[in-house]
Unconditional design. Structure first.
Ligand code: 5GP
Ligand code: ZN
Length: 112
């Protein structure tokens, strides 16, 4: 996707603070962090969101990466939150599937 923000970040056309990369997954710090650790975990393949085109292989890769990143970011002991926003009501603002990995503080109990 030529004009997708996260595809451009994956290709290195827009700089980012990378925290993880393998053949299928790229992860980088959110530009507007909402917690001490706020990492965006995205598939290298352009998939719009959790409804469109995210097959089991992609999701498995993302979940494995999330667990590894959580450990590397020091979140294993106290835990973390892993969220994907989808569509209008989910307040998805970038139409490239991504999981927010949030941690490093006590997060609010309510999610919405
Ligand atoms: P969404 O609202 O779609 O679930 O999440 C999009 C996230 O992307 C937001 O948390 C926003 O701060 C982040 N974001 C938007 N533009 C950029 C950017 O250029 N670089 C980085 N690192 N994060 C971005
Ligand atoms: Zn994309």
């Amino acid at each position: 996707m030529d004009d997708c923000l996260f595809c451009k970040i994956i290709r290195g056309e827009i700089p980012s603070a990378k925290v993880f990369e393998n053949d299928d997954v790229f992860a980088f710090k959110d530009i507007n962090p909402q917690a001490p650790v706020h990492v965006l975990i995205v598939p290298k393949k352009h998939v719009a969101n959790a409804l469109e085109g995210a097959d089991a292989g992609i999701m498995d890769g993302l979940m494995r990466a999330a667990a590894q990143i959580a450990r590397e970011q020091g979140l294993a002991e106290n835990g973390f939150r892993l969220i994907t926003n989808c569509g209008r009501d989910g307040a998805q603002s970038v139409n490239h599937l991504h999981f927010h990995l949030l941690g490093g503080k006590q997060l609010p109990e309510r999610m919405a």
